[in-house]
Design a protein around this ligand. Structure first.
Ligand code: NAP
Length: 260
């Protein structure tokens, strides 16, 4: 399979690293010359492209992995052969103005990527979308090269998958960061929370999350809730998050707090 990757950020670099280990023929184009030099020395088998005409690569697939707000401008900068499927890696975007190249799709890895971290592709669901069966097959083939499980979705489903990914991954991570800061202030290593957090996630996927909810909000333990809110006095935003989540847990479990 002949694949062009556009971009040199977190996702692009992990894709390049992973496709380099397969029998795919890999080309890369990006605006960041320093990043391209680094990629060339790390992955000598990759061909670095120097112009925007991709027709010469005879590519089956072009993967655009750039910042969401640059996607459509970047898409329109290149010339593609008609048979080439052009897909992006965003959870939220669509390729617009496909007038000059309609063979477009999505190859969205439902995972969190940082350059320094290791990616387990076998544990990275690839959400794929394309307007033709041939396009879907190309994306399936690319996912199979990465040994990643793949799921055909549509733009509407991807919107909600991305929303729930933010709720469960980004927000959870932010709360973990806030917890680490609080514990550091009180000279406690936040890893003390690790068994609890891991057990919570494990249970939430073994059962339905609402079935295994615990804590003062569910018990409507007003005395503990008020103590916690006073401990958060110096961080009014986190105090608000605590109050809002408490209310959401209570509403979800149909607790009538006015009767307490
Ligand atoms: N990070 C994640 O966890 C994750 C997970 C799933 C999907 N995604 C999606 O994958 C895509 C890339 O994300 P990322 O985290 O890899 O981003 P990133 O690390 O911030 O890298 C963004 C890339 O876009 C390039 N870029 C930005 N504006 C550009 C422009 N106007 N023209 C050309 N190139 C431009 C940057 O080039 P410079 O270096 O020159 O700025 C860089 O190569 C996004 O659609 C994102 O939503 C990300």
């Amino acid at each position: 399979m002949r694949i062009v990757i556009i971009g040199s950020g977190n996702v692009a670099c992990h894709l390049i690293q992973a496709f380099c280990k397969t029998n795919a023929t890999l080309f890369v184009h990006a605006r960041n010359a320093t990043a391209l030099d680094e990629l060339k020395s790390e992955f000598p088998s990759v061909t670095i492209l120097s112009d925007f005409n991709l027709t010469k690569t005879d590519a089956d697939l072009v993967l655009i992995s750039v910042k969401d707000n640059a996607l459509n401008a970047v898409f329109q900068q290149y010339t593609y052969a008609p048979k080439t499927l052009v897909a992006h890696t965003s959870g939220t975007q669509i390729i617009e103005n496909t007038g000059f190249h309609q063979n477009a799709g999505v190859f969205y890895p439902l995972q969190t990527f940082s350059k320094a971290s290791i990616v387990n592709w076998k544990n990275t669901p690839m959400l794929i979308e394309a307007s033709s069966e041939e396009g879907i097959q190309k994306l399936e083939q690319a996912a199979a090269l990465l040994q990643a499980p793949y799921f055909e979705t549509n733009a509407e489903q991807r919107k909600y998958i991305h929303l729930t990914a933010v709720l469960t991954s980004n927000f959870t991570n932010h709360l973990l960061g806030k917890a680490a800061e609080i514990l550091k202030e009180h000279v406690v290593d936040y890893h003390i929370l690790q068994p609890l957090v891991e057990a919570t996630v494990k249970k939430a996927f073994a059962k339905h999350p609402f079935e295994v909810q615990t804590g003062p909000a569910l018990r409507n333990d007003t005395s503990t809730i008020n103590k916690h809110l006073s401990l958060l006095q110096s961080d009014t935003l986190l105090q608000k998050i605590y109050t809002d989540l408490t209310e959401s847990i209570q509403k979800t479990s149909n607790l009538d707090t006015n009767n307490e």
